[in-house]
Write a protein that binds this ligand. Structure first.
Ligand code: FE2
Length: 226
């Protein structure tokens, strides 16, 4: 066989391999794409920011309106904030420690570096924790976050799962005009991903004190082992 015949044969072989591989791959490709279609939009990660409490409060429960056994509640629009911690297939993740932190009604964090600390609402816990059970649900009673200079309304989240790095994001209030100008929120360039962190803070029917409810599901891109 001369050189060109050899090349010709090799080309045929390669062509045959390509077709063969493609033919074999097609059923696989279909199943892979349908698998992706079933997967949920992953919640985008967002920066932890500078105001994770530098001294944790003595009370770290999921009710941020009442500190310890005080009678006086925090000032603000009471919000029932709940959701589920899910893996990318929509399965609930149990034993996830959900932490939130946010400003009080004066726009002040529970952090020594926050502005105007003297005006901080001592009745607002500023930080809370919730450990998920088998449903992956979390729940906090908090206030609708207020504005502070340079940011739109937001609540910080950290999710801590055994043997994993801390995972952080932020949740935003639908309809807030400042959302359009917020550099952290707009840092999520994919619009669908950006929308997934903006949620309704809607009035609770029948509440005489104007309580709100917000639902924020967090979809993580991994499945914890065990
Ligand atoms: Fe913040």
């Amino acid at each position: 066989m001369n050189e060109s015949a050899l090349l010709h044969t090799r080309r045929h072989l390669l062509a045959g391999m390509t077709i063969g591989t493609a033919a074999l791959a097609v059923p696989g490709l279909f199943s892979i794409s349908s698998l992706f279609a079933e997967e949920l939009m992953l919640t985008p990660r967002q920066t932890e920011g500078p105001f994770y409490p530098d001294h944790l409060p003595l009370d770290t429960d999921n009710d941020l309106i009442i500190v310890n056994d005080d009678i006086t509640p925090a000032v603000g629009e009471i919000t029932h904030l709940s959701g589920r911690i899910l893996d990318s297939k929509g399965n609930p993740i149990r034993d996830a420690l959900v932490e939130i932190w946010q400003v009080d009604h004066n726009g002040i964090y529970l952090h020594s570096g926050s502005n105007n600390l003297a005006a901080r609402d001592r009745n607002f816990q500023g930080f809370g924790r919730f450990l998920t059970g088998s449903s992956g649900e979390y729940y906090f009673r908090t206030i609708k976050p207020t504005l502070y200079p340079g940011r739109t309304r937001h609540i910080h989240f950290a999710i801590k799962i055994k043997d994993r790095d801390k995972w952080t994001t932020q949740c935003y209030v639908k309809g807030e005009p400042q959302n359009e100008r917020d550099f952290v929120l707009k840092g999520i360039t994919d619009l669908k991903a950006r929308e997934s962190v903006i949620v309704d803070f809607s009035p609770v029917k029948g509440s005489r004190i104007g309580e709100l409810a917000a639902r924020f599901d967090i979809v993580l891109g991994f499945t914890p082992e065990g």
